[in-house]
Design a protein around this ligand. Structure first.
Ligand code: ATP
Length: 363
């Protein structure tokens, strides 16, 4: 039996179709991230599971029980909303321990949760005296302290600076695993989702696009939207012709690319290369196919690697080089660019057009 099951849930607000047949199932103790652009329906989905919104259609089951018609307080879920919903004039401690006191439970968990978010020393402060990021940590502590088996977190780390976000996401996962909690964590931050989740659900326009382990989602994106939402990628369009075990794609603006065993039989295709999969060198590479001459337009130093934008025929190609490998390259350097035939992600050209597929992600 699954710990949580969402079965074919639909929800509209007037003419806006926020959820269009969403089904997910979550194991006990699993850490699931729901990732998607703004307006994808993430908050609506969490609120339906929490019992704050009723779905138009579909069911929600927790531990095998149909809770669709139960009020929030009878579901044993703890929900941390995006806007925190703290009591501003109460102390940090009173906010975090509120749920436990109301139910007459011991307060140890409130102390533990406040220590986890690093705010135990501020327990006597009023909430309005804290910064936005600190308030977010108090809300997170309150959600954890509530002693519910299912934790629903809506953008729990979004107000934190980069370093604190990194620290807390690690802590959050550790704590959830230690307490055996099942967590649904909504975010639009790809890196956050991929680094913390056991599995990731990609949601777009109220429809689940893909569910999988972070590495599966990243390495084998199910569609163009998922591939381009996860990171900046090279998106090439062309006409494909199968030739034995290979396929030759005449890429608009670039030229002919030879690819291995494409997963689609479509003739009008979109070929995606991640920047880290494009090889750049100053010397002529020994490969027989897929080598193009280009000129570096810009180099962006990003710490571990540098991101190059290279003019290749009529296209701008993005390629990443490990820092240290870009020695000697500068703007206007002439280079060779190589596309490995095995590393292409190939999809049929979308019916509604590429622009709609890429940029109209919201509901
Ligand atoms: P964000 O990341 O911006 O919070 P989201 O993925 O959580 O977005 P939702 O808040 O669930 O998305 O909204 C999904 C769609 O439903 C959006 O188009 C939104 O404008 C709409 N919507 C949400 N709540 C309401 C409401 N109470 N009344 C009308 N429309 C709503």
């Amino acid at each position: 039996m699954k710990f949580l099951e969402v079965r074919s849930v639909f929800k509209s607000y007037g003419s806006i179709r926020a959820l269009r047949g969403v089904s997910i199932s979550v194991d006990k103790g699993e850490y699931l991230c729901i990732l998607g652009p703004t307006g994808a329906g993430k908050t609506t989905l969490l609120k339906i599971i929490a019992g704050l919104i009723k779905p138009d259609r579909g069911r929600v089951l927790i531990e095998g029980f149909d809770v669709t018609d139960l009020p929030p307080e009878l579901r044993s879920v703890s929900y941390m909303p995006q806007g925190y919903a703290l009591f501003p004039h109460m102390s940090v401690w009173d906010n975090v321990s509120y749920g436990l006191r109301v139910r007459g439970l011991p307060l140890d968990r409130a102390e533990e949760a406040l220590k986890m978010v690093g705010l135990y020393h501020r327990r006597f402060s009023r909430v309005y005296e804290l910064s936005g990021g600190q308030q977010q940590r108090v809300a997170l502590a309150r959600a954890i302290a509530a002693e519910a088996k299912l934790l629903l977190l809506d953008e729990p780390l979004s107000a934190l600076d980069a370093l604190l976000n990194l620290e807390l996401r690690h802590e959050l996962r550790r704590l959830a695993k230690g307490l055996g909690l099942t967590v649904l964590h909504v975010t639009h931050n790809t890196e956050e989702a991929l680094s913390i989740a056991d599995r990731v659900v990609i949601l777009r326009k109220g429809v689940v696009q893909q569910v999988g382990r972070p590495s599966e989602i990243y390495l084998k994106p199910a569609n163009i939207f998922t591939a381009s939402f996860l990171s900046e990628v090279n998106i090439l369009e062309g006409l494909a012709r199968v030739s034995g075990e290979k396929s030759v794609v005449d890429v608009r603006g670039l030229g002919k690319l030879v690819l291995e065993k494409p997963s689609t039989k479509a003739s009008h295709v979109v070929v995606i290369y991640r920047p880290e999969d494009v090889l750049v060198s100053s010397n002529t590479p020994s490969y027989k196919v897929n080598v193009f001459k280009g000129e570096v337009r810009s180099i962006e130093f990003l710490g571990l690697f540098s991101r190059l934008r290279i003019q290749v025929n009529g296209l701008e190609i993005i390629a990443d080089l490990w820092s240290g490998e870009d020695r000697g390259l500068k703007e206007d350097s002439r280079v060779y660019v190589y596309f490995d035939p095995r590393l292409a992600l190939v999809y049929p050209y979308p019916r509604e057009g590429l622009h709609v597929e890429l940029y109209e992600g919201g509901g």
